[in-house]
Write a protein that binds this ligand. Structure first.
Ligand code: PLP
Length: 360
């Protein structure tokens, strides 16, 4: 063991040493359908106007610490209820971390449905929280409300995350099931609506009606993944506390200017989301036609599908060999056995994916 290893072993917290860093696959040279990015570039006039806007940013100055203009634009664009406050994060991942740090610590529990978004478990560990996953229903990946309410009684979680639509299963939950959980929870319930642009239901209008409900959104999946901007809407009492552990200037000047600009072109982003929703339907139909494949319903910009038993790893490898990168989630949870997740790309990318899968 080297001297550095020895010192690391002595000082780095055991819960951190037990983690694996969030793994991002190398997509060089591949059709990238693994990360729920929007595949469409901005139209030329939008791009030109954006570059002009960026020319006015002063990189020698700190950004607006409160990002006031951007918050006002977000509130208008997404119809945030008038009584609600907003907290911004460097991606919604940073907001998840702020939430966990605010309520975390010994004997504090984070509860979330599984299979779910991997960052919840990772960040729970970083914040020193106990993590409890409650399995979704095996048949339709719906919330198992009875099991969740029982887990709430047993564990009294400080924090519950519900991704709606869920990642990696792609489905929305029953609104009524979410409300029963909100009403039973002793602590915070955060509905993570990363895929709202592709879904037919949102909990955002409920913000303000429940003292323990917060709704989180991100601009990543609607086409601004590179900017890193997420927001949390909820009662000021919660946001004021979270704001204390937000690092100053967490939203940089280029992101503030770019996001505000992009939202002034929201109709264009919405048109792209509409194309993705239409393409999702076409891709689901083609995928369902591949022998041995079962496709699950999706309200997000990706599809979860199951291949023949024991074939997920070989299908994934054959796709990579054919130049297409998707996500192999088959080992992530027992309910995901033989499952893979593909992001909805452009029609050409999706056709290349289907052809590669048929040849796999
Ligand atoms: C992608 C994703 C996020 C993270 O979004 P960023 O804003 O890019 O950090 C959060 N929650 C879920 C469920 C996601 O799938």
């Amino acid at each position: 063991m080297s001297a550095a290893d020895e010192r690391v072993g002595r000082w780095v917290r055991p819960e951190i040493r037990g983690l694996s860093a969030y793994h991002v696959a190398d997509a060089a040279g591949l059709i990238k359908l693994d990360a729920m990015e929007n595949p469409y570039p901005w139209p030329a006039p939008m791009r030109a106007a954006w570059l002009q806007r960026l020319a006015g940013v002063e990189p020698n100055r700190y950004p607006d610490a409160q990002a006031r203009a951007l918050k006002a634009r977000l509130a208008r664009t997404f119809d945030v209820p008038s009584g609600a406050g907003l907290l911004l994060g460097n991606g919604s991942d940073e907001i998840i971390q702020m939430l966990a740090l605010a309520v975390g610590g010994r004997e504090r529990r984070l509860l979330t449905p599984e299979p779910g978004f991997t960052m919840f478990r990772l960040i729970a560990a970083v914040a020193g929280m106990d993590y409890h996953g409650v399995a979704l229903n095996a048949d339709d990946f719906g919330l198992d409300v009875d099991a969740t309410l029982a887990a709430i009684r047993t564990h009294a979680p400080a924090l519950i995350f519900i991704a709606h639509p869920n990642n990696p299963t792609g489905n929305l939950f029953e609104p009524d099931a979410i409300l029963r959980i909100v009403e039973a929870a002793p602590g915070l319930v955060v509905v993570d609506e990363a895929y709202a642009p592709f879904a037919t239901h949102t909990c955002l209008p409920w913000v303000g009606e429940y003292d323990n409900l917060l709704v989180m959104r991100t601009l990543s999946k609607m086409g601004l993944a590179g900017l890193r901007l997420g927001f949390l809407a909820g009662p000021a009492a919660w946001l004021d506390e979270l704001d204390k552990l937000r690092l100053p200037y967490n939203i940089n000047a280029l992101t503030q200017a770019s996001a505000e600009f992009a939202l002034s072109w929201h109709a264009e982003l919405e048109a792209q989301a509409e194309r993705i929703r239409a393409e999702r339907a076409r891709l689901a139909e083609r995928l369902a036609g591949v022998p041995g494949v079962r496709v699950f319903p999706s309200q997000a910009n990706f599809l979860l599908f199951r291949v023949a038993a024991g074939c997920a790893d070989s299908a994934f490898a054959a796709l990579v060999a054919a130049g297409v990168l998707i996500k192999n989630v088959s080992g992530a949870h027992p309910l995901l056995a033989d499952c893979l997740r593909v992001t909805v790309g452009t029609p050409r990318e999706n056709d290349a994916f289907i052809e590669a899968l048929e040849g796999a």
